[in-house]
Write a protein that binds this ligand. Sequence first.
Ligand code: NAD
Length: 511
Amino acid sequence: MEVSECAYSEPVLNAHLARSREYCMTRPMLINGEWTLEGLSETIEILNPATEEMIEQVPRAGSESAEKAVAAAQEAFPEWRRTPAAERAALLHEVARKTRQHIAELTRLLTQEVGKPLPENEEELEWTINTFHYYAELGRHDRDHVLPPGDPDPFNFVLKTPYGVAACIVPWNYPLLLMAWKVASALAAGNTVLIKPSELAPLSVLRMAELAFDGLPPGVVNVITGYGPEAGEPLVSHPDVRVIAFTGSLATGQRIASLAGPEMKKLHLELGGKDPMVIGLDIDTDTAVRALSYAGLLNTGQVCTSTERVYVPRERYAVFAEELADFVSSLRLGNGLQAGTDIGPMIRDHFRQKVERQIDAATSSGARLLVGGNRPGDLDRGFFLQPAVLVDVDYSMEIMHEETFGSVLPLMPYKDFDEAIQLANDTPYGLGASLMSNDLRLVKRFYEQVEAGTIWINDPLTDNYAGPFGGMKMSGLGRELGQEGIDEFYEVKHVHWDMIGAQKDFWYPYD
Ligand code: NAD
């Protein structure tokens, strides 16, 4: 099997990658427990965004592969569903344990294909591993429950049953984490899964599947690679796929909803955002500057919950903007594999161009760029862009109402907290929102009045395994993580059982 030659063990990684480029090796897909390239002649080149070099190729799958993967998952479902929850839990813990054994290798590979710095990928691996542990345990005890009866005789209970085959469609910015949030909960609930990683970053998902999913029965997890319309849509449209768990852009989410809606499939959509951060009057500038830089520039601003709009009290605005610009210009751009890199490249040039277009349009309409927004002169390869701070922005500018998904911090002043809340809510999205303040009255108003699925006070972008994550308004449907995350993968059945079985006086005839 060609994949065995593709072992990414740490000492041989670079040699392997060089060989892989030389022989144009293609990493196979996982269908029904087999690594396969069968029937696949076309491939997709996966680039390292820091060097623009090809790392490896993956198959460009289409509906034929999707059909085989669905059939495998469908066949595996009855047995997996019947597997005792404690056994499924043990298998999921094993996935986590095996992933941990290869954490260094997976962290490096993730850095190579996504570009974000090593510490951010170490964090992603920790989260991925612990998500499997978390849902292993939740799936073990989260079962059916008995209800208090409405009348004395009937026995009422609720059954939670898996849907069957779940398609888990994942973006490129957190390929393992966002896969784990779907796959761990879907499997723990007794579903079988099809994973469709992004065509921009499928390698770490394929490698983790090879290293960690091998103990699962064939067909329980299948991975197919390819472009969304070619490899993703056949999964979404397939009649045997009953639940679609998707993370990605609003436009793709709308397309998926239009395909799945008429079939009444269960839809779980984690979409884009335009998250605000409100800086309180009371918070010290240095803390706020550092918190904001992290919230807006983590993963080069390519996080669904990146802070993309910043509201600062009018009386602090000028000083705050200046200190922010100083701090942002001190951050180091570079290859994520190099120690000391704060900010890596963007994933591809066309994402960088979108950010540049938004900055240009804003500055042409009167915004001022305090720092950044240029391609760095000292890095001649890679999709780098210097992080930017923009002032004098307003809502007529695209940068204040469309998702940017890049490292730009646009600042607007506010006159009082009513205005700050009104501005924070002035968006069709509702994914996350942050406040930097220790004023308890403001904190309470903020979490009660701001429309967002996650509210962060003084600690932006920190998640909790038990805390439901997802969006309001155009940011999506459903929640990942926590009890809510596993509930997305259950059909709920209420059983009303009259154990006496006597005739009822409210049955016909009425007279
Ligand atoms: P994308 O929508 O382009 O792609 C996401 C996935 O969907 C990829 O695997 C892609 O191949 C697949 N896809 C594309 N078209 C499809 C189709 N017609 N049918 C089925 N599958 C299809 O998004 P992206 O560029 O990979 O990711 C960036 C976007 O994801 C941003 O908008 C970001 O805000 C969003 N995002 C949201 C969250 C969240 O939790 N809400 C998290 C991360 C990213």
